[in-house]
Design a protein around this ligand. Structure first.
Ligand code: GUN
Length: 298
Protein backbone atom coordinates (compact mmCIF):
# COMPACT_ATOMS: atom_id res chain seq x y z
CA UNK A 1 0.00 0.00 0.00
CA UNK A 2 1.22 3.48 -0.74
CA UNK A 3 0.41 6.57 1.31
CA UNK A 4 -1.14 9.76 -0.01
CA UNK A 5 1.32 12.52 -0.88
CA UNK A 6 0.17 15.72 0.85
CA UNK A 7 0.31 18.46 -1.77
CA UNK A 8 1.55 21.49 0.16
CA UNK A 9 2.19 23.38 -3.04
CA UNK A 10 -1.46 23.19 -4.10
CA UNK A 11 -2.71 24.00 -0.59
CA UNK A 12 -0.38 27.02 -0.40
CA UNK A 13 -1.58 28.25 -3.80
CA UNK A 14 -5.20 28.12 -2.61
CA UNK A 15 -4.27 29.94 0.60
CA UNK A 16 -2.51 32.65 -1.40
CA UNK A 17 -5.61 33.18 -3.53
CA UNK A 18 -7.66 33.57 -0.34
CA UNK A 19 -5.10 36.02 1.07
CA UNK A 20 -5.29 38.05 -2.15
CA UNK A 21 -9.10 38.24 -1.88
CA UNK A 22 -8.90 39.43 1.72
CA UNK A 23 -6.08 41.86 0.82
CA UNK A 24 -8.42 43.48 -1.71
CA UNK A 25 -11.31 43.85 0.75
CA UNK A 26 -8.85 45.14 3.37
CA UNK A 27 -7.68 47.83 0.97
CA UNK A 28 -11.27 48.94 0.39
CA UNK A 29 -12.06 49.09 4.12
CA UNK A 30 -8.79 50.65 5.32
CA UNK A 31 -8.17 52.97 2.36
CA UNK A 32 -4.63 51.62 2.01
CA UNK A 33 -2.86 48.39 1.15
CA UNK A 34 -1.58 46.06 3.85
CA UNK A 35 2.22 46.25 4.06
CA UNK A 36 4.98 43.80 4.96
CA UNK A 37 8.56 44.89 5.66
CA UNK A 38 11.40 42.40 5.28
CA UNK A 39 14.86 43.17 6.63
CA UNK A 40 17.94 41.40 5.30
CA UNK A 41 21.38 42.02 6.78
CA UNK A 42 24.38 40.81 4.79
CA UNK A 43 24.41 38.73 1.63
CA UNK A 44 23.93 35.11 2.59
CA UNK A 45 22.85 33.60 -0.76
CA UNK A 46 20.07 31.40 0.68
CA UNK A 47 18.63 34.32 2.68
CA UNK A 48 18.72 36.55 -0.42
CA UNK A 49 16.68 34.00 -2.35
CA UNK A 50 14.13 33.68 0.50
CA UNK A 51 13.78 37.44 0.86
CA UNK A 52 13.33 37.93 -2.89
CA UNK A 53 10.59 35.30 -3.04
CA UNK A 54 8.84 36.77 0.02
CA UNK A 55 8.85 40.22 -1.61
CA UNK A 56 7.51 38.86 -4.91
CA UNK A 57 4.76 36.85 -3.20
CA UNK A 58 3.75 39.90 -1.12
CA UNK A 59 3.26 42.04 -4.24
CA UNK A 60 1.46 39.23 -6.08
CA UNK A 61 -1.24 39.05 -3.44
CA UNK A 62 -1.87 42.79 -3.51
CA UNK A 63 0.10 43.98 -0.49
CA UNK A 64 2.93 46.50 -0.29
CA UNK A 65 6.41 45.05 0.16
CA UNK A 66 9.11 47.12 1.86
CA UNK A 67 12.54 45.53 1.47
CA UNK A 68 15.43 46.80 3.59
CA UNK A 69 18.81 45.38 2.62
CA UNK A 70 21.62 46.34 4.96
CA UNK A 71 25.35 45.63 4.58
CA UNK A 72 27.04 42.78 6.42
CA UNK A 73 28.88 45.19 8.77
CA UNK A 74 25.68 46.94 9.98
CA UNK A 75 25.93 47.66 13.70
CA UNK A 76 23.38 46.79 16.36
CA UNK A 77 22.24 50.39 16.92
CA UNK A 78 21.51 50.93 13.21
CA UNK A 79 19.46 47.75 13.00
CA UNK A 80 17.55 48.55 16.20
CA UNK A 81 16.82 52.05 14.87
CA UNK A 82 15.42 50.56 11.64
CA UNK A 83 13.14 48.22 13.64
CA UNK A 84 11.97 51.24 15.68
CA UNK A 85 11.16 53.14 12.48
CA UNK A 86 9.21 50.19 11.06
CA UNK A 87 7.37 49.74 14.37
CA UNK A 88 6.24 53.37 14.14
CA UNK A 89 5.38 53.34 10.42
CA UNK A 90 1.58 53.19 9.95
CA UNK A 91 1.99 51.69 6.45
CA UNK A 92 3.91 48.69 7.81
CA UNK A 93 1.71 45.96 9.28
CA UNK A 94 4.28 43.20 9.56
CA UNK A 95 8.04 43.10 10.14
CA UNK A 96 10.23 40.13 9.33
CA UNK A 97 13.94 40.23 10.10
CA UNK A 98 15.50 37.40 8.11
CA UNK A 99 17.48 35.01 10.33
CA UNK A 100 20.21 34.11 10.92
CA UNK A 101 21.78 37.54 11.39
CA UNK A 102 25.56 38.02 11.00
CA UNK A 103 27.39 36.72 14.09
CA UNK A 104 28.34 40.13 15.54
CA UNK A 105 24.66 41.08 15.99
CA UNK A 106 22.47 40.20 18.99
CA UNK A 107 19.62 38.36 17.28
CA UNK A 108 17.44 37.99 20.37
CA UNK A 109 17.61 41.73 21.12
CA UNK A 110 16.55 42.54 17.55
CA UNK A 111 13.63 40.10 17.62
CA UNK A 112 12.49 41.44 21.00
CA UNK A 113 12.47 44.97 19.60
CA UNK A 114 9.78 44.08 17.02
CA UNK A 115 6.33 45.24 18.07
CA UNK A 116 4.22 42.15 18.94
CA UNK A 117 1.44 43.67 16.80
CA UNK A 118 3.75 43.44 13.75
CA UNK A 119 5.50 40.19 14.66
CA UNK A 120 4.52 38.15 11.59
CA UNK A 121 7.17 35.54 12.47
CA UNK A 122 5.59 35.01 15.89
CA UNK A 123 9.02 34.96 17.51
CA UNK A 124 8.84 37.72 20.14
CA UNK A 125 8.43 36.69 23.79
CA UNK A 126 4.96 38.28 23.80
CA UNK A 127 3.82 36.23 20.79
CA UNK A 128 5.32 33.09 22.33
CA UNK A 129 3.55 33.82 25.62
CA UNK A 130 0.24 34.39 23.86
CA UNK A 131 0.59 31.06 22.05
CA UNK A 132 1.31 29.18 25.28
CA UNK A 133 -1.57 30.92 27.08
CA UNK A 134 -4.00 30.24 24.23
CA UNK A 135 -4.53 33.95 23.57
CA UNK A 136 -4.98 35.40 20.06
CA UNK A 137 -1.65 36.37 18.52
CA UNK A 138 0.72 35.78 15.63
CA UNK A 139 2.09 32.25 15.30
CA UNK A 140 5.33 31.15 13.53
CA UNK A 141 4.66 30.44 9.86
CA UNK A 142 6.10 26.96 9.33
CA UNK A 143 4.34 25.29 12.29
CA UNK A 144 1.05 27.02 11.49
CA UNK A 145 1.34 25.88 7.86
CA UNK A 146 2.05 22.33 9.05
CA UNK A 147 -1.02 22.44 11.31
CA UNK A 148 -3.19 23.63 8.40
CA UNK A 149 -2.08 20.62 6.33
CA UNK A 150 -2.82 18.26 9.23
CA UNK A 151 -6.29 19.67 9.87
CA UNK A 152 -7.09 19.63 6.16
CA UNK A 153 -6.28 15.94 6.03
CA UNK A 154 -7.47 14.70 9.43
CA UNK A 155 -10.21 17.13 10.50
CA UNK A 156 -10.26 17.07 14.30
CA UNK A 157 -6.90 16.17 15.87
CA UNK A 158 -8.43 15.74 19.33
CA UNK A 159 -6.97 12.85 21.32
CA UNK A 160 -4.37 11.88 18.72
CA UNK A 161 -0.81 11.05 19.78
CA UNK A 162 1.63 13.52 18.21
CA UNK A 163 5.42 13.39 18.29
CA UNK A 164 7.39 16.48 17.31
CA UNK A 165 11.05 15.70 16.64
CA UNK A 166 13.07 18.87 17.24
CA UNK A 167 12.76 21.65 19.81
CA UNK A 168 13.73 24.78 17.88
CA UNK A 169 12.16 28.16 18.61
CA UNK A 170 11.14 28.50 14.94
CA UNK A 171 9.44 25.11 14.54
CA UNK A 172 9.54 22.41 17.25
CA UNK A 173 8.36 24.35 20.30
CA UNK A 174 5.55 26.31 18.62
CA UNK A 175 4.45 23.17 16.71
CA UNK A 176 4.06 21.32 20.01
CA UNK A 177 1.97 24.18 21.43
CA UNK A 178 -0.30 24.25 18.37
CA UNK A 179 -0.88 20.49 18.58
CA UNK A 180 -1.57 20.75 22.30
CA UNK A 181 -4.14 23.48 21.60
CA UNK A 182 -5.82 20.98 19.22
CA UNK A 183 -6.01 18.51 22.16
CA UNK A 184 -3.33 16.14 20.92
CA UNK A 185 -1.20 14.23 23.41
CA UNK A 186 2.14 15.76 22.52
CA UNK A 187 5.67 14.43 22.94
CA UNK A 188 8.63 16.64 22.06
CA UNK A 189 11.59 14.47 21.09
CA UNK A 190 15.12 15.79 20.51
CA UNK A 191 18.76 14.79 20.22
CA UNK A 192 18.88 13.43 23.79
CA UNK A 193 15.66 11.41 23.56
CA UNK A 194 16.16 7.74 24.42
CA UNK A 195 14.74 5.08 22.09
CA UNK A 196 13.60 7.62 19.50
CA UNK A 197 12.27 4.98 17.07
CA UNK A 198 9.99 3.59 19.81
CA UNK A 199 8.77 7.06 20.76
CA UNK A 200 7.96 7.86 17.12
CA UNK A 201 6.22 4.49 16.69
CA UNK A 202 3.49 5.55 19.14
CA UNK A 203 2.49 8.59 17.12
CA UNK A 204 -0.58 9.10 14.95
CA UNK A 205 1.07 12.37 13.85
CA UNK A 206 4.83 12.71 13.31
CA UNK A 207 6.36 16.15 12.72
CA UNK A 208 10.07 15.93 11.86
CA UNK A 209 12.07 19.16 12.22
CA UNK A 210 15.65 18.26 13.03
CA UNK A 211 17.66 19.04 9.89
CA UNK A 212 19.11 15.53 9.48
CA UNK A 213 18.65 14.03 6.02
CA UNK A 214 16.32 11.01 5.92
CA UNK A 215 16.78 10.28 9.61
CA UNK A 216 13.25 8.99 10.27
CA UNK A 217 12.96 5.47 8.84
CA UNK A 218 9.89 3.60 7.70
CA UNK A 219 10.09 1.06 10.52
CA UNK A 220 9.87 3.92 13.10
CA UNK A 221 6.43 4.90 11.82
CA UNK A 222 3.10 3.54 13.06
CA UNK A 223 1.06 2.10 10.19
CA UNK A 224 -1.49 4.67 9.06
CA UNK A 225 0.25 7.66 10.70
CA UNK A 226 0.34 11.12 9.11
CA UNK A 227 3.89 12.38 8.58
CA UNK A 228 4.85 16.07 8.25
CA UNK A 229 8.44 16.53 7.11
CA UNK A 230 9.75 20.04 7.85
CA UNK A 231 13.38 19.26 6.96
CA UNK A 232 15.04 20.63 3.84
CA UNK A 233 18.50 19.08 3.43
CA UNK A 234 20.74 19.02 0.40
CA UNK A 235 22.62 15.76 -0.10
CA UNK A 236 26.17 15.80 -1.50
CA UNK A 237 26.10 15.82 -5.33
CA UNK A 238 26.14 12.46 -7.07
CA UNK A 239 28.80 11.81 -9.67
CA UNK A 240 28.33 13.84 -12.82
CA UNK A 241 25.98 16.30 -11.16
CA UNK A 242 26.78 19.73 -9.72
CA UNK A 243 23.99 19.86 -7.13
CA UNK A 244 22.85 17.26 -4.61
CA UNK A 245 19.23 16.18 -4.21
CA UNK A 246 16.93 17.95 -1.72
CA UNK A 247 15.58 15.57 0.92
CA UNK A 248 13.65 15.94 4.14
CA UNK A 249 14.26 14.56 7.62
CA UNK A 250 12.13 11.51 6.73
CA UNK A 251 13.04 8.68 4.40
CA UNK A 252 10.21 9.47 2.00
CA UNK A 253 10.09 6.17 0.09
CA UNK A 254 10.09 4.12 3.29
CA UNK A 255 7.49 6.36 4.98
CA UNK A 256 5.20 6.08 1.95
CA UNK A 257 5.06 2.31 2.41
CA UNK A 258 3.85 2.56 6.04
CA UNK A 259 2.09 5.89 6.69
CA UNK A 260 -1.31 6.98 5.42
CA UNK A 261 -0.07 10.40 4.28
CA UNK A 262 3.34 12.09 3.95
CA UNK A 263 4.49 15.57 2.92
CA UNK A 264 7.13 15.48 0.16
CA UNK A 265 10.34 17.54 0.04
CA UNK A 266 10.23 19.77 -1.90
CA UNK A 267 6.56 20.64 -2.36
CA UNK A 268 5.21 19.84 1.10
CA UNK A 269 5.65 22.16 4.07
CA UNK A 270 8.07 24.53 2.28
CA UNK A 271 5.50 26.38 0.12
CA UNK A 272 3.24 26.79 3.15
CA UNK A 273 5.74 28.99 4.99
CA UNK A 274 5.48 31.98 2.65
CA UNK A 275 1.71 31.55 2.22
CA UNK A 276 1.26 31.68 6.01
CA UNK A 277 3.60 34.67 6.25
CA UNK A 278 1.27 36.54 3.86
CA UNK A 279 -1.71 35.38 5.89
CA UNK A 280 -0.07 36.58 9.13
CA UNK A 281 0.71 39.97 7.59
CA UNK A 282 -2.91 40.37 6.56
CA UNK A 283 -4.23 39.29 9.96
CA UNK A 284 -1.88 41.86 11.53
CA UNK A 285 -3.09 44.52 9.08
CA UNK A 286 -6.73 43.96 10.07
CA UNK A 287 -5.85 44.27 13.77
CA UNK A 288 -3.59 47.29 13.28
CA UNK A 289 -6.20 49.14 11.21
CA UNK A 290 -9.10 47.93 13.40
CA UNK A 291 -10.82 46.32 10.39
CA UNK A 292 -12.96 43.36 11.47
CA UNK A 293 -11.87 39.88 10.43
CA UNK A 294 -13.70 36.74 11.52
CA UNK A 295 -11.62 34.28 13.53
CA UNK A 296 -10.15 31.65 11.21
CA UNK A 297 -11.37 33.45 8.06
CA UNK A 298 -7.90 33.14 6.48
N1 GUN B 1 15.16 32.01 8.31
C1 GUN B 1 14.73 30.77 7.96
N2 GUN B 1 13.42 30.63 8.20
C2 GUN B 1 13.00 31.81 8.72
C3 GUN B 1 11.74 32.29 9.16
O1 GUN B 1 10.72 31.61 9.14
N3 GUN B 1 11.73 33.57 9.61
C4 GUN B 1 12.85 34.34 9.66
N4 GUN B 1 12.74 35.57 10.13
N5 GUN B 1 14.03 33.93 9.25
C5 GUN B 1 14.10 32.67 8.78
Amino acid sequence: MSAEVIDGKAFAATLRVRVAEFAATFEQSAGRKAGLAVVLVGDDPASRVYVASKGKATLECGMNSFEHKLPDDTDQATLMALVDRLNADPLVDGILVQLPLPKHLDEQAVVERISPDKDVDGLTPISTGRLVLGLPGLVPCTPLGSLMLLKDRLGSLSGLDAVVIGRSILVGKPMAQLLLAESCTVTIAHSRTKNLPEVVKRADIVVAAVGRPEMVKGNWIKPGATVIDVGINRLPPEEGSSKGRLVGDVDFAEAMAVASAVTPVPGGVGPMTIAVLLRNALVAAHRNAAVALADGAI
